[in-house]
Design a binder for this molecule. Structure first.
Ligand SMILES: [Zn+2]
Length: 338
């Protein structure tokens, strides 16, 4: 009969071989019972150890314990291996591809507003805000726009039953700021405006403006042109030129409209600029003394310029969008491009 040491080693060899071949957990459990169960091979061999001579006992005892521990470890390992195979959901598989969460983008109107406000802030302007629902006084009267002015027609303005209105421009914010603080003033007012326009490729009933106001001593038209030129360079590139044309607004004197040279064709003329080489941006001018009077500023001591710009107009130029309605349809295929 083989020595006990040999029998333990043979039992270990067979057990490990059976575990390697086990294809499900029941097979592993059967191996475990056969070798380690109460009446299994290994416990039976342990019982034989009483017959071993005292000299052999240390070696046999060591081999017996190693055998039992190694088979137990191999059983545990086999269970783990089969558990992963049978229940793929049981654990986290770090090799799985990650789930993608679609990232949104800023709306082109917000991008232009944020970029424009950033540029003016670097020039020392601070942001001022005002209500969308305005009084006739702030929207018209204080801006030197008398009651018989055509822009006050109900055809052009949304009036509420209580006489208030949806502001048609961001200029009333300038009035509110000047009412509250003495000069100097240097503000930009980004915001939403409303007019009773029939929607088409270039008109919308609600739109956004950014308006600027600078009041100080000895402010001139040259300062206005410098500010708008710097703005155009920062927003659209160093090559953009700014052009002033005489115009009329009730709240500025002199008034002007300003154009940027066409960024599509570099001023040579194209479809976008209707072959003029220029893109109309908006209006500006030196603040009318009547406006200063309405807010209690001394027009002998103080002068200032104001300018406005349509955010949609600039977004359409910057991103070459041909129809303003695209900006409001919330079509993700369109918005994802920005
Ligand atoms: Zn052009």
């Amino acid at each position: 009969m083989d020595s006990l040491v040999t029998q333990f080693e043979e039992a270990r060899r067979q057990a490990l071989e059976s575990l390697r071949q086990a294809e499900d957990r029941q097979a592993v459990e059967n191996v475990r019972i056969h070798y380690l169960g109460r009446k299994g091979v290994v416990p039976n061999l342990f019982r034989e150890m009483g017959k071993v001579s005292p000299e052999e006992r240390p070696l046999v005892g060591k081999t017996a314990n190693q055998t039992k521990n190694e088979i137990q470890a191999a059983v545990d390992e086999a269970f783990n291996r089969l558990a992963e195979k049978e229940e793929p959901d049981a654990g986290v598989d770090v090799t799985m591809p990650a789930r993608r969460h679609p990232l949104g983008t800023k709306h082109p109107i917000s991008q232009v507003m944020d970029d424009a406000v950033d540029i003016f802030r670097r020039m020392g302007f601070i942001v001022a805000d005002g209500p969308d629902l305005e009084t006739e006084y702030h929207n018209f009267d204080a801006l030197n726009t008398p009651a018989d002015h055509p822009s006050r027609d109900v055809q052009d303005t949304f009036y509420l039953p209580d006489g208030r209105l949806l502001r048609t421009q961001t200029s009333p914010v300038q009035i509110r700021v000047m009412e509250q603080q003495p000069p100097p003033v240097r503000i930009v007012c980004p915001g939403r405006c409303f007019r009773r326009d029939t929607p088409d490729a270039t008109h919308s009933m609600n739109f956004h403006q950014i308006e600027g106001l600078y009041v100080d001593r000895q402010v001139s038209l040259a300062d206005l042109k410098a500010a708008l030129t710097m703005f155009a360079h920062e927003l659209l590139g160093e090559d953009v030129k700014v052009r002033f044309r005489p115009h009329f607004f009730p709240f500025t004197e002199p008034s002007l409209e300003y154009d940027f040279s066409c960024i599509m064709c570099g001023g040579r003329g194209c479809r976008v600029c209707k072959n003029s080489g220029w893109l109309e941006i908006s209006g500006a001018g030196m603040v009318d003394p009547a406006v200063f009077q309405a807010v209690g500023y001394d027009s002998e001591e103080w002068s200032g310029y104001a300018f406005g710009m349509g955010v949609e107009r600039i977004a359409m130029i910057r991103y070459a969008v041909s129809d303003i309605r695209l900006l409001y349809e919330n079509d993700l295929r369109f918005l994802k491009q920005f």
